[in-house]
Design a protein around this ligand. Structure first.
Ligand code: ADP
Ligand code: MG
Length: 307
C-alpha cells in the first residue's frame, strides 16, 4: 500500500463519516474473520422505555378467600421505589424507569444512600428501607430469594430487558424495558455475512433477551455471549483471538473501551462516549452499521487498487 493511496483512502472515508485512526487500520480491516457486536446502542438504538410492570406475585386474597396480611406493593409504589433508587444512576434502564414514573406523575424520593454495581444493578436506601433494582445475578449476590421466574421468562422471550425490584429481603415486582433495533441492523449484518464474516453478539443483558434480539437480526444463537460483565468483555474478545480469529469489536459505551482496544480492530459507533472513540481504530460517525459495511468495502477497494 503506498502512503499516498492510503492517505487518499482515509480522506475519502472521512467524507463518508468513517474515521480511520491510520492507514494500518484500513489494512487490518481486510484480514478480519469475526465481527463482535455489542447489543445495546450498537445493534439497538440504546434508548430503553418501560413496557411492563408486574407486581403481586403474592395474591391479595388467599386461596380460601380470606384477605392476606401482606398484599404486596402496588404497581405505583414499586415504580416509585425503583425510579427513586435509579436517580443516581445514568444507566439507560434507570433513565427509562424514571421517565415512566414521571409520565405517571409519580413523585420520586431522594435516596439517602446509593450504590451502583456495574452490569448488575443498584441498591439505594429510600424512606429507611433498602431498595434493589437489578438482574437475577445481582439478587443472587445480595442473597434475596428469586421470584417471578415465569414472568421473567415470558418477557425475555419477547426480547425485553427485565429487572427485578426488591425491598429489604423480598422481591416485589418486575419491570421490563425494550429498546428498538436500529432499522439497518438486520441488512447490515446480512451484508457482513455475505462478505464471509462471522458475527457474534456480546451483551450484559440476559441470555433469553439477547437470543430473541439475535434472532431478529440473523445472528446465530450459538454466537451470543450474554450476561457478560463490563470488565469481562475484553476476555471474550481474547478467547476468540486465541482460537485464531482476527476480531473486530464494535461498541459505543465506556464498558466497551477495553474490548475495543483488545480487538484487532476496535470500531466505535455513533457519537459514543469519548473513551470508546479514543480506544478505537475506526469511528463511525453516523452511528449506523451500514457504515461498518462501507468501511469493509472501502478497505477492500483501496487494497485491490494498490497491489
Ligand atoms: P449492556 O452490555 O447491554 O450495555 P450493562 O452491562 O450496562 O449492559 O448491564 C447489564 C445488566 O445489568 C442490565 O441488563 C441490567 O439487568 C443490569 N443493570 C445494570 N445497571 C443497572 C441499573 N442501574 N439498574 C438496573 N439494572 C441494571
Ligand atoms: Mg452498549
Amino acid at each position: 500500500a503506498t502512503p499516498t493511496a492510503l492517505m487518499a483512502g482515509t480522506g475519502k472515508a472521512a467524507e463518508n463519516g468513517i474515521l480511520f485512526r491510520d492507514g494500518e487500520a484500513i489494512q487490518t480491516m481486510k484480514d478480519l474473520d469475526v465481527v463482535v457486536l455489542d447489543k445495546t446502542g450498537t445493534i439497538t438504538e440504546g434508548n430503553h422505555s418501560v413496557t411492563d410492570v408486574v407486581v403481586g406475585d403474592h395474591p391479595a386474597v388467599s386461596a380460601d378467600g380470606g384477605t392476606l396480611e401482606d398484599p404486596g406493593l402496588t404497581e405505583r409504589e414499586v415504580v416509585r421505589l425503583a425510579a427513586s433508587a435509579e436517580r443516581g444512576s445514568e444507566h439507560p434502564i434507570g433513565q427509562a424507569i424514571i421517565e415512566y414514573a414521571e409520565d405517571q406523575e409519580i413523585e420520586l424520593t431522594e435516596p439517602e444512600a446509593f450504590d451502583n454495581v456495574a452490569g448488575k444493578g443498584i441498591q439505594a436506601e429510600i424512606d429507611g428501607r433498602s431498595v434493589y433494582v437489578g438482574n437475577t445475578k445481582f439478587f443472587d449476590e445480595v442473597g434475596i430469594p428469586l421470584a417471578y421466574e415465569d414472568e421473567l421468562q415470558t418477557l425475555e422471550q419477547e426480547g425485553k430487558t427485565t429487572v427485578l425490584v426488591g425491598v429489604e429481603d423480598e422481591i416485589v415486582g418486575v419491570i421490563s424495558t425494550a429498546d428498538t433495533i436500529k432499522e439497518e441492523s438486520h441488512d447490515a449484518i446480512q451484508a457482513l455475512h455475505d462478505r464471509g464474516l462471522e458475527t457474534w453478539m456480546i451483551t450484559g443483558d440476559n441470555e433469553r433477551t439477547a437470543r430473541a434480539i439475535a434472532e431478529k437480526v440473523d445472528i446465530d444463537p450459538s454466537r451470543v455471549m450474554a450476561g457478560v460483565l463490563p470488565q469481562d468483555k475484553i476476555d471474550k474478545v481474547s478467547e476468540l483471538q486465541e482460537e485464531g480469529y482476527n476480531v473486530a469489536m464494535v461498541g459505543d459505551g465506556i464498558n466497551d473501551a477495553p474490548a475495543l482496544k483488545q480487538a484487532n480492530i476496535g470500531v466505535a459507533i455513533g457519537t459514543g462516549t469519548d473513551i470508546a472513540i479514543q480506544s478505537s481504530d475506526v469511528s463511525l460517525v453516523r452511528g449506523s452499521l451500514d457504515a461498518l459495511v462501507d468501511s469493509f468495502t472501502l478497505s477492500e477497494r483501496i487494497f485491490s487498487k494498490i497491489k
